[in-house]
Design a protein around this ligand. Structure first.
Ligand code: DI6
Ligand code: FE
Length: 411
């Protein structure tokens, strides 16, 4: 076949490529090319149609380094103000998360801080967190609101999330989590607050195009099943996807309900029972496990990994980046913890932050794997095999990051 000179924008050669199609989908001694932000060629070096320098304007020789899809953090509460290190000390002294929340700390503390900060300052602190994620190979982040609990502040958070995606080379998917906690103004009147979430907040946020999904914290210290159902119905009516914080501290049956509403994901799941697993397996829902929260709260109840696997449920891993239960921005550390705490394999942890995380965000057609026509989002690691990234906890041996076909300037 006749090839045009410089037919591609960029070409990476001599890479060990993990396509993440069927497990790692490893291609040793491989090359990948992109054109207009999409993957235009992918395969073994020996199948390259001509010598590399004639094929692309930019050629990068990776000398055996590992190239993977860019990581996807599919559950974060990245946009918030303040810090709750004081509560960490209480947790260490044996107080429970629920007791701290009841006594006025917890989510409420972050709501106060997030309401009072200016939009610009909220952007600055949140942007810094997002930058640390990029430095560890992340190219897509889901960001939840939920520390405003009034329309004005929820909109402020979602605008900040959107702006992060405008200034950084990262895809942002935003989720409205108005039903995160009952704001003090509605003390003892959860029904009226849910009325407001469904009748005012969801319509306004959908109209502004500031969220693609709606989430509910379904828990004894959050909202009950009937309230979650109302929120899901309102989300559906406005064409928004559904997610749910489910079965983190107790078995409420929220996973089952959310699956019935074709939720994109149900998240946490420590207390998930077999009927819940079955319900998830029957829908297109992804199970998102959050080892950071499990670790930080020193939980004892493990999510039912074996059952989820037995029923073929796709499992994603995320940071849950938030100030109260998972103050981390390291998705790479979460991959390690998914193995040590939840007994996943490094290969499963990789699927958890690539293909399955993309599915949890409704992005599986374009993100999370390396194949012709998919977005050219990838991370290049200073290691020879992808398992090394999971193994080196506390480090993220990122060599280079590519977003939409362009090398990200990390300086
Ligand atoms: N799940 C969590 O892990 C966070 N919220 C939630 O619904 C915790 C939020 C916090 O404590 O600030
Ligand atoms: Fe969360």
């Amino acid at each position: 076949m006749q090839m045009n000179a410089n037919q591609w924008d960029s070409l990476w050669i001599n890479a060990c490529i993990a396509t993440m199609q069927a497990g790692y989908g490893l291609l040793p001694n491989a090359a990948i090319a992109c054109q207009n932000g999409q993957i235009a060629w992918l395969g073994p070096m020996i199948e390259l149609p001509a010598s590399p320098s004639t094929l692309a304007k930019n050629v990068y020789d990776l000398a055996g380094k590992c190239l993977t899809p860019g990581l996807i953090d599919c559950h974060t509460h990245l946009v918030y103000a303040g810090n709750r290190a004081n509560e960490f000390e209480l947790l260490l002294q044996g107080q429970t998360y629920a007791a701290i929340a009841k006594s006025g700390g917890g989510i409420q503390a972050t709501v106060s801080a997030t309401r009072s900060i200016s939009e610009q300052d909220l952007f600055t602190v949140s942007l810094a967190r997002a930058q640390t994620m990029l430095a560890q190979g992340v190219t897509t982040i889901e960001i939840k609101s939920g520390y405003g609990l009034n329309l004005e502040t929820e909109l402020k958070i979602l605008r900040v999330a959107k702006r992060i995606g405008e200034v950084l080379p990262v895809t942002i998917k935003s989720t409205f989590l108005g039903a995160h906690s009952l704001p003090v103004e509605y003390k003892n009147d959860a029904e009226s607050y849910i009325d407001k979430v469904c009748n005012e907040m969801i319509p306004a946020i959908a109209a502004a195009g500031l969220a693609q999904a709606v989430d509910v914290f379904c828990e004894k210290i959050g909202f009950n099943l009937a309230q979650a159902k109302r929120v899901f119905q309102a989300a559906k009516a406005h064409g928004l996807s559904i997610k749910c914080h489910a079965e983190q501290l107790s078995d409420m049956g929220a996973s089952m309900l959310a699956s019935q509403y074709q939720a994109c994901s149900v998240d946490h799941l420590e207390f998930l029972s077999e009927p819940g697993v079955k319900a998830i397996a029957q829908s297109n829902t992804v199970a998102v496990l959050l080892p950071g929260a499990y670790y930080f709260l020193q939980e004892k109840q493990l999510p039912p990994l074996a059952l989820l696997q037995e029923y073929g449920v796709p499992i994603a891993i995320a940071t849950d980046c938030n100030p109260g239960t998972s103050p981390t921005t390291s998705l790479v550390l979460m991959m390690n913890m998914a193995c040590t705490l939840f007994k996943m394999t490094p290969e499963q942890a990789w699927a958890g932050v690539t293909t399955h995380a993309a599915q949890a965000l409704g992005l599986a057609q374009t993100h999370g794997a390396l194949a012709l026509g998919m977005q050219a989002d990838f991370a290049i690691w200073d290691v020879a095999h992808p398992r090394d990234v999971v193994y080196q906890f506390g480090a993220a041996p990122l060599y280079s990051l590519v977003k939409h076909g362009k090398v990200v300037d990390m300086s």
